[in-house]
Write a protein that binds this ligand. Structure first.
Ligand SMILES: C[S@@+](CC[C@H](N)C(=O)[O-])C[C@H]1O[C@@H](n2cnc3c(N)ncnc32)[C@H](O)[C@@H]1O
Length: 202
């Protein structure tokens, strides 16, 4: 592995250096919206280093998917020994929502990486999942008059950052209910940018 990849992919750099320009990242409130319990069958799409597991506490079964092998290697090391949990390196397919009785889906930091066509495919699979209780999405968002927010949203790497109407429009088009939608700071006290948070159900 190249040195630069090793440095940038190190968990400390990921957690502390990458979050500096946005003033800090604390997504604990978003993860709490999932309201997982000991019966929850969790699908964590774009799981990264498995941060969800720090917040969701109880679950019956957890599957984390991500395309980034470096992040997954850290996720596996961090959560080694925990039961009923696995990480796989790939993007999500409709089969991931039919092969297990998925009840809770984390889409935290994902939709802004997907084109409308890809996002609709994923959200339609959620809408067809009979066991789904709740999904939570968190994404970068373009906001009128917010130059710094918009610059960082553009710089974030997600090619499909949308304005506040864009995410709920996709969810409704896919046949999902948008329970709540809100704009929240990346960190409750220090955050310099805002994220768009949606709670979805069938
Ligand atoms: C902003 S990070 C969020 C990570 C994690 N959910 C968290 O809260 O810390 C977004 C993650 O989505 C992953 N990702 C992007 N496109 C993806 C796709 N099509 N399928 C699966 N994962 C994807 C990236 O590799 C990255 O790890």
């Amino acid at each position: 592995m190249k040195l630069v990849e090793r440095v940038l992919g190190h968990p400390w750099v990921y957690e502390h250096v990458r979050s500096l320009p946005v003033g800090g990242i604390d997504l604990s409130r978003a993860y709490r919206l999932l309201e997982c319990d000991e019966r929850s069958v969790v699908l964590d799409v774009g799981c990264g280093m498995g941060d969800a597991l720090r917040h969701i506490g109880k679950y019956a079964d957890y599957l984390g998917l991500d395309t980034d092998g470096v992040a997954l290697a850290h996720a596996r090391a961090r959560h080694a020994g925990r039961r009923n949990l696995r990480f796989e390196q790939r993007s999500c397919s409709a089969q991931d929502l039919s092969a297990r009785p998925v009840s809770h889906v984390s889409l935290i930091g994902v939709l802004h990486h997907l084109s409308d066509r890809e996002a609709l495919g994923l959200l339609r699979a959620l809408a067809s999942c009979a066991s789904l209780v709740r999904a939570v999405c968190v994404d970068t968002v373009y906001l009128e008059g917010r130059f710094y927010n918009n610059l960082l949203a553009w710089y974030d790497g997600g090619r499909y950052c949308r304005d506040p109407g864009g995410y709920p429009r996709l969810a409704r088009e896919a046949g999902l209910q948008v329970h709540t939608q809100q704009i929240v700071r990346s960190h409750p006290t220090r955050g310099l940018v805002d994220y768009f948070v949606m709670e979805l159900s069938r």
